[in-house]
Write a protein that binds this ligand. Structure first.
Ligand SMILES: C[S@@+](CC[C@H](N)C(=O)[O-])C[C@H]1O[C@@H](n2cnc3c(N)ncnc32)[C@H](O)[C@@H]1O
Length: 222
């Protein structure tokens, strides 16, 4: 390709729908330090009995990242990825509005998604260990995923977070870790996570520990 042709192709690419391939964007809901911490949790629990779960997996960005780490570390674990695959549930939103002073308009995110898109993302990335589950956390018995060595809990709102915390902790193996996302009051939409985490830790008489700005940590003693 000569210089003139290269200039034309570059111009076309810049204005084309394919421009995203040439201008990569950061697609994660976690900072690099937070992702590194999640990887460390996976390594620290690799000898603990049980599977990994991500409750609230959305389109699978973090699922891909963590599974690539599992591959690189040659860690053989089952990985459950659960989501409604249609965003927040009506009853959870109603609770936030009625009891936590929110407005319905705050909860429109994550609706454009499908389990089959998530599965295709796993396939395109060569990931075979992930079992996706389409369910409402409020209806699904999370103890059926146990035993678990590590769980990332990321469903944002108070009601499903509180229910999930109890069930995940019940089946967490001794030495296992749960990381609870959005344990911060800075994000007004998701501060139900923060409330659920702090209440749970108090009920269990465990010390609350929030690191990297928003990750609530739960360790079950071995
Ligand atoms: C912040 S996103 C998860 C992000 C994902 N962990 C990541 O790192 O890319 C929150 C997800 O929780 C899901 N969710 C919220 N409430 C839920 C419920 N009651 N049951 C199942 N999924 C729910 C939403 O559909 C959304 O995909």
């Amino acid at each position: 390709m000569n210089t003139k042709q290269k200039k034309v192709v570059t111009e076309i690419m810049f204005h084309s729908p394919w421009r995203r391939y040439f201008f990569p964007r950061y697609l994660y809901n976690f900072t690099p330090a937070q992702l590194c911490f999640l990887c460390r949790c996976i390594e620290d629990t690799k000898h603990i009995i049980g599977a990994i779960s991500e409750v609230g997996c959305s389109i699978g960005s973090t699922t891909v990242f963590l599974n690539k780490h599992l591959d690189a570390q040659n860690i053989q674990k089952e990985y459950f990825a659960l989501d409604s695959f249609s965003g927040f549930l009506d009853e959870d939103i109603s609770f936030e509005v009625a009891k936590r002073g929110k407005t319905r308009g705050q909860f429109s995110a994550f609706q454009i998604n499908k389990k089959k898109w998530f599965d295709e993302t796993m396939r395109m990335n060569g990931i075979t260990r992930v079992r996706s589950i389409e369910a409402d956390v409020n209806q699904f018995d999370l103890t059926t995923l146990g035993p678990l060595c590590f769980s990332l809990l990321d469903v944002d709102l108070y009601r499903p977070m509180k229910k999930a915390l109890h069930e995940l902790y019940e089946v967490l193996s001794p030495g296992g870790i749960i990381v609870v996302d959005d344990c911060t009051t800075v994000n007004n939409t998701c501060d139900g996570s923060d409330q659920a985490y702090k209440e749970f830790m108090k009920e269990k008489n465990l010390p609350a520990q929030i690191i990297h700005g928003k990750l609530g940590l739960i360790r079950k003693l071995g």
